[in-house]
Ligand binder design. Structure first.
Ligand code: COA
Length: 142
C-alpha cells in the first residue's frame, strides 16, 4: 500500500535502514548526516505491507512547480516485481495534486533504464556522486 511516511516515525526509521542497506552499504558507506539534512522539511513516501516498509523515496520540493526525487530504494528481495513503478506512479499522482508539474532526479547510471521506462528523460553528461556514475533526468507530469 502506498503510504506517506511521517518524519521521525517508526516507518521513517525503517526508511533510513532500507536506504542505508540498499543505497550505501553496497558502496562501503553509511547514511551520512548530509544524506539526512533537511529531511524534516521533505516528503517521504513508501510501499508498506503488514507494517514492513518494502520501498521508499524522498521528495524535496523546490519552488513549485519543480520537485526533486531522491533516495529511491526497493528492498533487495522485492526488486523487479513492480514496486518501484508503483511507488513512483503514486508519488507523481500526489505531486500533481499538490501542484507540481516537473520531477527531476540524479539517477545512478544503472537505474536510468528504470526511470526511462517510467517516462523520464536523460539531461546532460555522466557525473560522479557517492563514487559512482549518475545522470540527471527529468519528467514533465501531464
Ligand atoms: C532501481 C529500483 C528502484 C527499481 O525498482 P524495482 O521495483 O526493482 O523496479 P520495477 O519492478 O518496478 O520495474 C519497473 C520497470 O523498470 C525496469 N527496470 C527495473 N530496474 C531496472 C534497471 N536497473 N535497469 C533497467 N530497467 C529496469 C523493469 O524491467 C520494469 O520494466 P517493465 O515495466 O517494462 O517490465 C530498484 O531495483 C532498486 O532499489 N535498486 C537498487 C537501488 C537503486 O539503484 N536505486 C535508484 C537510485 S537512483
Amino acid at each position: 500500500m502506498f503510504t506517506e511516511i511521517a518524519y521521525g516515525s517508526d516507518l521513517y526509521r525503517q526508511s533510513l535502514h532500507l536506504r542505508e542497506q540498499v543505497l550505501r552499504v553496497p558502496l562501503g558507506l553509511t547514511l551520512s548526516a548530509s544524506d539526512m539534512a533537511g529531511e524534516d522539511q521533505q516528503k517521504h513516501f513508501g510501499i508498506v505491507e503488514q507494517h514492513a516498509l518494502l520501498a521508499c523515496l524522498v521528495i524535496k520540493a523546490g519552488r513549485k512547480p519543480l520537485a526533486k526525487l531522491r533516495q529511491m530504494a526497493v528492498a533487495p528481495a522485492m526488486q523487479g516485481r513492480g514496486l518501484g513503478r508503483l511507488l513512483v506512479d503514486a508519488t507523481e499522482l500526489w505531486l500533481r495534486q499538490a501542484g507540481f508539474d516537473q520531477v527531476v532526479l540524479d539517477a545512478r547510471e544503472t537505474a536510468t533504464g528504470f526511470y526511462q521506462s517510467l517516462g523520464y528523460l536523460v539531461d546532460g553528461p555522466v557525473f560522479q556522486q557517492v563514487g559512482i556514475p549518475h545522470r540527471c533526468m527529468h519528467k514533465l507530469l501531464a
